[in-house]
Design a protein around this ligand. Structure first.
Ligand SMILES: [Zn+2]
Ligand SMILES: [Zn+2]
Length: 351
C-alpha cells in the first residue's frame, strides 16, 4: 500500500493484503442508486431518471443537452434499447434487473457511441461477425511511428511495482503488432502520458470517486491515459486468474491498463464480453489476455507482429502455465503413487 499525494489511490500487491472492509464496500458504487429504478417503464415520471439520462448521455446513448427530466420518454427508451443491444442483453426497452446489473458495473469512461453512432452491436448489421470497433475516422499511429514511448506523471510517484503492471500491459499489445513500447523518463516528447487523477483534472471528463468510471484514454495520436485516482487497485502480477476474487471494490490495474492501451492504439469498445475492449469490468475481476476479437481489431489497424505468429492462434500464457502446472501435478501424483505402492509392499513383506 503506497500513500499517494494528491490522489487517494491505494495499491495492493496481492489479494491477501486487501483489508476485509474493501470486500464489504463493494456495493458503495457511484451508480448504485440506479438499482432503485428497477421496473420503470415508458410514461412514468420517477425521481432519479434524470441522473440515468445523464449516464446515458455521458456514454453517448443520448445526444443533445436538453431533456434532463425525470420522464421515462422515447429518448430514454431508445437509449436503453441500444444499450441492451451493445451489452448482449434482451432488448426490452425497460429497466429490467439484468440491464440495471450491467449499468451499475464499474466501467471505462470512454463512450460506447460517438456522435450518436454505435460501433458496437447496436450499430452493426445482424450478420456481422467482427465485434471490435474503432474511433470515428479510424485514427491510428502513423506508419513511421512503430516505436512509441510512454512516461508517467511524476507527481504520482508510482512505485516500480505499479510501473511493471503497465509494462506488462504494453507487452500484450506489442506481441501481436509491429509496435514497440519504451518507457521514457521525461514527459517531454513522450508519445503516451500515464497519470492517476482525482475528480476534475482539466480535460472535461472528471472522475467520480470509487467505482463508476475507472479510467479513460484518448484516440491516436493523442497519447493520454488517465486513471481514477480514487480507486483502489490490485497490482498482482498474475497470481490470480479470472473470477477467483470475490466481489470487491479493488480493481485489477493490469486489466484496466490493457483496455485503455487498446484505446490509445485506436480501438473502440467491443460487444464481446470476453474481449479486453468490452467496456465494463466487475470489481474483483481480472481480464488481461487479448481475445481473438481484440487481436483481429488491432491487426486490422497495424498488421501482425513481424517477429511473431500473429497471435490469433497463440494459446494464452495463463492457459499454458495452468497446463504446465497440471502436468507437473500429475507427474508428482504418479510418483507419490509409485512410492506409496513400494512402501505398502515393503510393509506387507516385513509384517
Ligand atoms: Zn474503454
Ligand atoms: Zn482525463
Amino acid at each position: 500500500m503506497v500513500p499517494m499525494n494528491p490522489i487517494s489511490a491505494k495499491f495492493y500487491s496481492n489479494v491477501s493484503s486487501i483489508p476485509p472492509l474493501q470486500f464489504l464496500n463493494a456495493t458503495q458504487n457511484a451508480w448504485e442508486t440506479f438499482s432503485k429504478l428497477a421496473g420503470c417503464h415508458i410514461g412514468e415520471n420517477i425521481n432519479g431518471l434524470s441522473k440515468l439520462k445523464q449516464y446515458f448521455r455521458r456514454f453517448g446513448y443520448i445526444t443533445g443537452t436538453n431533456n434532463c427530466t425525470d420522464d421515462f420518454d422515447d429518448v430514454l427508451q431508445s437509449a436503453i434499447n441500444t444499450y441492451q443491444k451493445n451489452f448482449n442483453l434482451k432488448v426490452t426497452g425497460k429497466l429490467d434487473s439484468s440491464t440495471l446489473r450491467q449499468i451499475v458495473k464499474p466501467r471505462c469512461g470512454n463512450p460506447d457511441m460517438i456522435d450518436g453512432v454505435s460501433e458496437m452491436n447496436g450499430g452493426k448489421k445482424l450478420r456481422a461477425t467482427e465485434r471490435y470497433s474503432f474511433f470515428p475516422g479510424k485514427p491510428r499511429w502513423p506508419k513511421r511511428k512503430r516505436d512509441l514511448t510512454y512516461a508517467y506523471v511524476p507527481q504520482n510517484n508510482l512505485t516500480d511495482e505499479v510501473k511493471r503492471v503497465f509494462a506488462r500491459a504494453f507487452t500484450r499489445w506489442a506481441e501481436v503488432t509491429p509496435l514497440n513500447f519504451t518507457r521514457s523518463e521525461s514527459l517531454l516528447g513522450a508519445d503516451i502520458v500515464i497519470g492517476f487523477f482525482s475528480g476534475e483534472h482539466g480535460d472535461g471528463e472528471p472522475f467520480d470517486g470509487a467505482m463508476g468510471t475507472l479510467a479513460h484514454a484518448s484516440s491516436p495520436p493523442t497519447g493520454m491515459l488517465h486513471l481514477d485516482g480514487d480507486e483502489d487497485w490490485l497490482i498482482s502480477d498474475g497470481e490470480i486468474s479470472r473470477r477467483v476474487l470475490p466481489v470487491t471494490s479493488v480493481v485489477d490495474l493490469e486489466s484496466v491498463a490493457v483496455h485503455e492501451i487498446g484505446h490509445l492504439l485506436g480501438l473502440g469498445h467491443s460487444s464481446v464480453e470476453d474481449a479486453i475492449m468490452f467496456p465494463a469490468i466487475s470489481g474483483g475481476d481480472r481480464k488481461v489476455e487479448l481475445a481473438k476479437d481484440d487481436i483481429e481489431g488491432i491487426q486490422h489497424l497495424y498488421g501482425g507482429n513481424p517477429n511473431g505468429d500473429g497471435g490469433v492462434s497463440k494459446p494464452s500464457r495463463e492457459n499454458e502455465s495452468t497446463g504446465g502446472a497440471g502436468d507437473s501435478v500429475r507427474r508428482w501424483s504418479g510418483l507419490v503413487f509409485i512410492l506409496s505402492s513400494i512402501a505398502t509392499c515393503l510393509w506387507l513383506i516385513c509384517v
